[in-house]
Design a protein around this ligand. Structure first.
Ligand SMILES: Nc1nc2c(ncn2[C@@H]2O[C@H](COP(=O)(O)OP(=O)(O)OP(=O)(O)O)[C@@H](O)[C@H]2O)c(=O)[nH]1
Ligand SMILES: [Mg+2]
Ligand SMILES: [Zn+2]
Length: 322
């Protein structure tokens, strides 16, 4: 049988069988599956070899109709990952998605543009269009926003990333968010406490999922969502689903060689190769560097350039082991 991976925890993968299988719609109860032989071909280098959104081929256990064994994963159209520094391995976040919703906040937890720049980089590397979702707009009206937020939101919009200003609390911006999500799989990414689960609760109130309070002392989330899970939302259109992910404190880009970073930063990408020293330019001090020129002309925002330098230094020191 074939089905869709809904969630992945340790060695158990929840799989929803396709409706076309025996029994039709009534047979679409999720099965708890293990992997046949424990290692999935092609998944050896990941901590968990499957992610929500993956399509798998599996057998049902005849003695336990709610258990199964996964034999194979189908070819993916894309795969969103990050690098797990502790485990020194790629971590799969979601597979076969159509949209990455990069969630941030103007305050509580504090606005962190560098986190978002990293997520945008990874989405572009994976070939999945990102949309920036700035949640908690109700707190802006209360005058609490970080003054840099609006400037950076406008800059991301200028360089080609759609920006939505929303509030899970008041419902502001939800129609626009829904229209982006219709007819595809979306994944929510962002730091703990930015309101990813709250956005899902607002969008799909019939499926309440757990949201958690902020830690008052540190003004950040408490890692309420423990594992990624895919939720189907047929009400928003045929084939619509959203993947909620656990908040992360840091986002380390995965398997992007330091010299390739400018290809995945949109306002840098069009300048790649045009410096006097061509592809060997480090864009730090060289004469005739088009990236430094763009920085001084305001074509590249100084904060994006700072993100670029920091990401490059970090990735250069990382040495991914494939
Ligand atoms: N003022 C305000 N608070 C919000 C809004 N959205 C979420 N919150 C609050 O922010 C806190 C964290 O929300 P969650 O939805 O649990 O955040 P999360 O991003 O899912 O967090 P993790 O699961 O830890 O990654 C909760 O106290 C929410 O009530 C909003 O639009 N405005
Ligand atoms: Mg959550
Ligand atoms: Zn240069």
């Amino acid at each position: 049988m074939k089905g869709l991976v809904i969630s992945a925890s340790r060695n158990i993968f929840m799989v929803k069988p396709d409706a076309s299988g025996p029994g039709g719609e009534t047979a679409r109860k999720q099965l708890a599956c293990r992997i046949k032989g424990k290692v999935l071909k092609g998944g050896e280098r990941y901590g968990k070899p499957l992610a929500p959104g993956d399509r798998v081929c599996f057998d049902v256990d005849s003695g336990h109709p709610h258990r199964g064994l996964i034999r194979d994963v189908e070819a993916r159209k894309n795969l969103l990952t990050r690098f797990n520094r502790q485990g020194q391995a790629s971590q799969l976040l979601a597979a076969n998605v159509d949209l990455v919703l990069c969630v941030t906040t103007p305050v509580s937890p504090p606005f962190r543009p560098r986190f978002l720049d990293r997520v945008l980089l990874q989405a572009d590397k994976a070939g999945i269009p990102p949309v920036i979702v700035c949640n908690k707009q109700d707190l802006c009206e209360a005058g609490r926003a970080d003054p840099d937020t609006e400037e950076r939101l406008q800059d991301w919009s200028r360089i080609g990333y759609p920006v939505l200003r929303v509030s899970a609390r008041t419902g502001e911006g939800m129609d626009e968010l829904r229209s982006y999500m219709a007819h595809g799989f979306s994944v929510l990414l962002g730091q703990s406490g930015v309101g990813k689960s709250s956005l899902i609760n607002r969008l799909v109130p019939e499926l309440p999922i757990r949201v958690g309070p902020l830690n008052e002392k540190y003004d950040r989330g408490n890692h309420t969502t423990a594992m990624s899970v895919l939720l189907e939302i047929p009400r928003l259109g045929e084939g619509t689903a959203i993947i909620d992910t656990p908040g992360m404190r840091r986002f380390v880009p995965d398997r992007i060689p330091a010299e390739e970073i400018p290809y995945y930063m949109r306002e840098f990408a069009r300048l790649v190769g045009t410096c006097t020293y061509g592809l060997s330019c480090s864009h730090r001090t060289e004469p005739g560097c088009k990236i430094l020129e763009a920085l001084s002309n305001g074509v590249i925002h100084e904060d994006r350039y700072e993100s670029f330098l920091r990401i490059r230094d970090e990735l250069a020191g990382l040495g991914y082991n494939d």
